[in-house]
Design a protein. Structure first.
Ligand SMILES: *[C@@H]1O[C@H](CO)[C@@H](O)[C@H](O)[C@H]1NC(C)=O
Ligand SMILES: *[C@@H]1O[C@H](CO)[C@@H](O)[C@H](O)[C@H]1NC(C)=O
Ligand SMILES: *[C@@H]1O[C@H](CO)[C@@H](O)[C@H](O)[C@H]1NC(C)=O
Length: 165
């Protein structure tokens, strides 16, 4: 894989992560629901079912992409809604088989999809991320700060309950 392709994959993956954070307000708090007591009560994530369900999302996405002119496969304008449906599908299916979302299996599947469709896109072609640099920085930094704040809060709370105990 040459560097350009690698950069595109990273960009797409970053977009996917930012998307994830922005679209599911609950996912940040979900990640902190990992205390053993809560996981015990959850039904376990069935990975073989998840793999199957995610394949279904992928097949749907491939069908949708087949309607898009391959010449336009690097232009997000042409497949934004299909892509959105695809990520939404992986989220819904993950929850339906009691798995967290995003999860490593879904992420590696999405990378697989990206390699299939976007491996020929160069950075110049993918101007679609195109918000001004400031916006992009804010989009990236907000989740980062939120995560840090949540971690600080969790640490602070656990310290506090130590003191009270
Ligand atoms: C996961 O789902 C498959 C297919 O529905 C089922 O055969 C299997 O027993 C399930 N595994 C667990 C651990 O529940
Ligand atoms: C990428 O380019 C190669 C060589 O031109 C071609 O065989 C392949 O089908 C292309 N893949 C995509 C996803 O456009
Ligand atoms: C993507 O397609 C739209 C609509 O045809 C066009 O306006 C835009 O310039 C294209 N972007 C790129 C990077 O080719």
């Amino acid at each position: 894989m040459d560097t350009n392709e690698f950069v595109v994959l990273k960009l797409l993956f970053l977009a996917f992560l930012v998307n994830t954070w922005m679209m599911s307000g609950t996912s940040a708090s979900d990640t902190f629901n990992l205390e053993p007591t809560i996981t015990w009560q959850r039904r376990l994530c069935n990975e073989s079912r998840l793999r199957w369900e995610v394949e279904v999302c992928g097949e749907d996405f491939k069908k949708d992409m087949a309607h898009v002119d391959p010449e336009q496969w690097c232009n997000l304008t042409y497949f934004m809604s299909e892509y959105h449906l695809f990520t939404l599908c992986t989220e819904t299916k993950s929850h339906s088989v009691d798995c967290y979302w995003p999860n490593p299996l879904v992420e590696s599947y999405i990378i697989h999809i990206h390699k299939h469709f976007f491996s020929n896109c160069t950075v110049e072609e993918v101007i679609w991320m195109d918000p001004p640099d400031d916006t992009l920085t804010v989009l990236i930094l907000v989740p980062v700060f939120l995560t840090l704040a949540m971690i600080a809060l969790v640490v602070w709370c656990s310290k506090r309950s130590d003191l009270l105990a």
